[in-house]
Design a protein around this ligand. Structure first.
Ligand code: ATP
Ligand code: MG
Length: 448
């Protein structure tokens, strides 16, 4: 992409109401624009990152055996009356009336709708288990939308729903999502820690929030340091095999958010040097809730003995748009973002220090074409801006690699390469620079 054709509206001033780094940087780097309280437009640069996060979430869902679909954003109140949640949900639900005065709502979540879809198509225990998911915009009229996309009112969520014949089978579905989440967040460059969460009247131990440690996180969290060092399950893990040992490994150490924290138990079970009291961002939540919806909504299947059995369900959410904030919180400095390669809006920023100069233009065009031919994504700064402005802009948007071409370097046959993550600069022969950077990018795109 040529910057001269792009839309990258940077802000000079730091927006006064943006309290945390990710919110400030997303506004300053022209990634989002606020259109209302907790409502954002995704500008071209931010939209690319959002799509990459979404794609990684999708790949790991598919790997775990979940099947993608898409449910609408608008739902009918009638459906929510069946579960009893239409009245119970309260003011967080955005309620709408259509022209025929029918009560509708903008979906804050989809348990009712997926239960309705399930009961229309599945009749026998032989068709179970099923894992269905979609990635769709939600609306929740949060009392205090804040921190940009971290707590929006309109936000993008991946939500999966599991359907099983009994609790033992439901646990296997739960475990699949547990492992898929560990892998998803690791691929996004984040260390996530599963923490016991409240199961309310459902009871049991099948509810975990996945928390990324960050000073600016909204939740106070407490955990055992040894959890941070556990290895992420490998790509070739067998999702149809026994996943319980992995789950046991991740749940055998103390980890709880504020709501579930037991100070005495923490001190008793965790050695002082391993106690972590920190803040964290909830990026995912998995929850088994049995027949909470299937019984009132009559989502039943014929069991092996012919009788009708309400299906056992769970739901599994990932905050796709919130993740973008969480990634920036983990990867930035005072100058701007420092994108990990897998989610970077472009892999390389190509800076032409003297656009219009024949030699500089020719060298840049050649590098641009060579990188694109290898599948490397390039944002080419072909504008007439001053060098200082170009450097600051590239640092702010934080592409992993910068290639700088100027008349002085060219005379010596040299280009400069800067890695944004570690700040290392080196010179390379102009003829070799595209191959060198392409290798580094392609290597970083191989994941474990
Ligand atoms: P929270 O406690 O942060 O309000 P929640 O318990 O309401 O979250 P879930 O209903 O489990 O969240 O939704 C699944 C995921 O969606 C959450 O783990 C979070 O990552 C994301 N999410 C929830 N609310 C928001 C929001 N207002 N803005 C952005 N992402 C959100
Ligand atoms: Mg909430």
């Amino acid at each position: 992409m040529r910057l001269s054709r792009y839309y990258l509206p940077l802000l000079k001033e730091t927006p006064a109401d943006a309290q945390i780094a990710s919110h400030r940087l997303m506004l300053r780097a022209g990634m989002i624009r606020q259109e209302g309280a907790g409502i954002y437009a995704w500008l071209p640069l931010g939209f690319r990152v959002l799509k990459k996060i979404e794609q990684i979430v999708r790949e790991e869902q598919n790997r775990a055996g979940a099947v993608e679909m898409l449910m609408p954003t608008i739902q009918s109140a009638e459906l929510w009356r069946e579960s009893g949640r239409y009245d119970a949900y309260g003011k967080e639900m955005l309620r709408i009336r259509d022209r025929a005065d029918r009560e509708m709502l903008f979906g804050p979540t989809n348990e009712e709708m997926i239960t309705e879809i399930f009961r229309a198509g599945i009749r026998s225990y032989k068709d179970l288990p099923k894992l269905l998911y979609h990635i769709q915009w939600k609306f929740r009229d949060e009392i205090r939308p804040r921190f940009g996309v971290m707590r929006g009112r309109e936000f993008l969520m991946k939500d999966t729903y599991s359907f099983d014949i009994d609790e033992a089978s439901a646990r296997q579905s739960y475990n699949k999502m547990f492992v898929a989440y560990l892998r998803t967040f690791a691929r996004l460059g984040l260390k996530s820690i599963p923490m016991r969460a409240d199961t309310g009247p459902i009871g049991g131990d099948l509810s975990h929030e996945f928390i990324v440690l960050a000073e600016t996180g909204e939740s106070a969290v407490f955990c055992d340091r040894r959890l941070v060092d556990l290895e992420t399950p490998a790509k070739d893990i067998d999702f149809d095999g026994d996943l319980q040992p992995v789950i046991d490994q991740f749940t055998s150490h103390y980890a709880a958010t504020d709501e579930m924290h037991d100070a005495a138990g923490f001190e008793e079970n965790v050695d002082e040097q391993n106690r972590v009291s920190a803040r964290g961002i909830e990026v995912g939540h998995i929850f088994f809730f049995g027949d909470k919806y299937s019984t009132p909504m009559k989502a039943v299947v014929a069991g092996p003995d012919g009788g009708e059995i309400p299906v056992q369900m769970g739901s599994y959410g990932v905050g796709v748009s919130r993740l973008m904030g969480a990634i920036i919180e983990a990867y930035h400095d005072d100058d701007g973002c420092k994108w990990p390669v897998p989610v970077a809006p472009y892999h390389v920023g190509l800076v032409n220090l003297r656009a219009g100069d024949e030699a500089c233009d020719a060298a840049c065009e050649k590098i641009y074409a060579a990188l694109e031919a290898k599948g490397v994504e390039v944002l080419y700064d072909d504008t007439g801006a001053r060098p200082g402005e170009k450097f600051a802009r590239m640092d702010l948007i934080g592409l992993p690699y910068q290639i700088v071409i100027g008349p002085r370097g060219l005379e010596k046959g040299e280009a400069e390469v800067k890695s944004r993550v570690d700040g290392v600069r080196e010179t390379a022969p102009v003829g070799e620079v595209s191959a060198r950077v392409a290798n580094a990018v392609l290597e970083a795109l191989q994941y474990a």
